[in-house]
Design a protein around this ligand. Sequence first.
Ligand code: SER
Length: 897
Amino acid sequence: MAAVQLVSALGRRAMCRWTAAGDRARERVPSAGHIRQSFVCYFRDKQRHREVRSAPVIPRGDPSLLLVNAGMNQFKPILLGTVDPRSPMAQYQRVVNSQKCVRAGGKHNDLEDVGRDLYHHTFFEMLGNWSFGDYFKEEACRMAWELLTEVYDIPQDRLYVTFFGGDPALGLTADEETKEIWLSIGVHPHHLLPFGLAHNFWEMGEMGPCGPCTEIHYDHGVGKGAAAQVNTGNPQLVEIWNLVFMQYSREADGSLHCLPQRSVDTGMGLERLVAVLQGKESNYDTDLFTPILDAIHRGSKAPPYRGLVGDMDPDMIDRAYRVLADHIRALTICIADGLYPGMTGAALVLRRILRRAVRYSVEVLQAPPGFLAGLVPTVLEILGDAYPELKQDPCQIMDTINENEAAFLSSLHRGRRVIDRTLQKMDNSQSFPVDVAWSLHRNLGFPLDLVSLMLEEKAVIMDTEALGQLAKEEAERLRPLPQSDLQPDRVLCIQDISELQRTGVPRTDDSAKYIYKLQDGKYVLSPCQATVVALYDNNSLVKEVGQSQTCGVILDQTNFYSEQGGQTHDLGYFVREGHQDVLLPVVNVQAAGGFVIHTVSVPESLHVGDRIDLFVNEAHRLACMVKHTATHLLNYALRCVLGDHTEQRGSHITADRLRFDYNIRTPVTGQQLETVEEIVRDVICRDEHVYTADVPLNQVNCIRGLRSIDEVYPDPVRVVSVGVPVEQLLHSSDKQHTSVELCCGTHLLRTGMIQDLVIVSERQLGKGISRILAITGEEAKEARELGRILAEEVDSLSLRLDNGMKSLVDSQRLSKEIGQLTDVVDGAVILHRDRRQLQERLRALHRTANTAIRKLESRETISLGLWTATLCKDGYIWEEGKSPEYGLGGHSNTATS
Ligand code: SER
């Protein structure tokens, strides 16, 4: 009844463009684009949800994930309660989006299944609606049902709904509330089924928010008896939508606690929904895939796709079609988001996807090299409107695929030779050595099933269990670190934050961290006094801590910088009012949910309510400020030299050095790095003003040339501009030739204090990503000086080499010295280009020394040989294998004849 009222009140036809297109759309079969859009439109326009863009597939600051695998990933800070209250995310209550997801590594790994059946994918789109402390079960179920049955017009009798049937062992009762809601909506009791923990209880990870879920399944055509087929793996009865009710938090000890704020997290696979609405049983028969399958047919000359699986597809042609269609979508999405095939973590996952695709393309479909990359434009036609970032640089996506394909094809060739050579050495009864198979996988990047297939072709057996064990060990190594291993000192978890909120602890005002001035050429930080508002002893909130303890301290205000934006936290100490002689060292500062927590060593006691004087270690802070402003200049200079496509991929700033990761298309040359340094030094010499201002988020987009990274910024957001006042930036439509970034870090007020910047190391982290380490100020000067000293050492060695290669002993000593100096040069903090030059010169010296040593050795051996031969003539015999190694080989014959 309620559903009917809801629908009639809002007017079904007015609800959404898709329905407005009504019958016309149904006649034509709705396109995937239309279905995606109508989902968003329903929740945005009718249910007042905020539309949020898909996050990139590289997780934002979440080391527990390899790749984004669910719509809720980007909203984790809200669910965990750690969201910065100034972030627009903190205001989210109702959200809708379509999220790019990849499940090909880690907990959800579908890679090897893709292609074998009609429904597994590595890349898929997850449609979702969220309520963060807003509506809960009743509204979530009603909205889902209305959308499916009223907007998309899916017949109700095709739908089956599951709910959580309880788990007595965990003390969890059945979710009767959800069951009653569905019954009141009108779901037939025979279509409503209870399931246990495995199917109907959703957990984000080993710890954290979780709760019962209710799933909606679609019957493609089982008909009678379909209820018994739900959750049995029957491909005709598929789950299409999962509605999770986050109401608990799983603790480290396994217990469940009620969450302070209940949330709804729903996820519906677009591919499955499109299959339902386009009347297809296979996702691959929808317009999300058919244009790619057609392109494969046109380009490879393989027989047309027939949609067959298993024994019906003995030559694996259809499997290959599906593998390619799926993998090219994943490759395009991941590479566009800045991921490159590599050897670790997510990059390794992408490498495997690429190699699997190449293998099926070349080996099964016998397509020419370059064919795979040629499918990218078709992917852009299908997904480019929904995810415009794909259209930014398609050539780069194709180049990356082509380069990696070429590398794999050459390893394939080498791999075959390795297998053939190994087989030649084996007798027929032996099984193929597992270490060789593993090395093909690990070093030449062969997918494991390819190794097995190649051996199968040659009718050779292998200990697959042992190989599986090695794979398991590697998977263990790849497993992201558990959160507990990643947390430095005291951090606040969701329970802490909700407890702080509940007990009325005020959020920390840390605006004083930005208050400092230049006085007589020196930076002076503002003094700060504060009151202790909360204390943690281990994991408990306490009123006081005793002597010699390390505890977590929350103050009403602080001028300490907490770790964020790549900049390390401040160090320093507290002093209790009236106890001026006792310092309380601050060793870590972290922020979460608007609270700043200081990890402090307490030599005497400390109480809630104590007044504290705060002393930030100024030298440490200033060094971080120098490095942070220098990082912005480096970012700007790299873009000037390498081009506008250069994007920051990460950074880390400590008092000693700065680290900057960025994307590259081709390896960076020494000359380019030198120009980068020159540009930075030029800005340093001009001693430019560094302007900062808080600007509403919706205004920053008009600043041309603004640098930002993929992060959720607070509103208002801090803009840091070198040389041009922020006001001026906001009122100018010209592109600014200076560094302008969104950044929460602490910066110098003028660039001169950086003094100098040198790049001490540059190396490629993986394909397409480079990492620079740089130092500044006095350290930079010292690095130049050390470079000069080491160059003199190399000069002197070179001179001694010219003069001192008379005897074998001398030469060997010089060679050893060259080795020692090489070690020093390798490890010294000197300019990157100096190191390169010195290493090159040392290599040349090594070659010269070794040649000389060989000659001298051979001379000595020859004289030894002549001497020994003389002995032979006199009755001694050559011992086997002791004939002279170098030079006149005829001696032995002469001697033995
Ligand atoms: N988080 C749930 C899932 O991934 C619902 O979005 O299925």
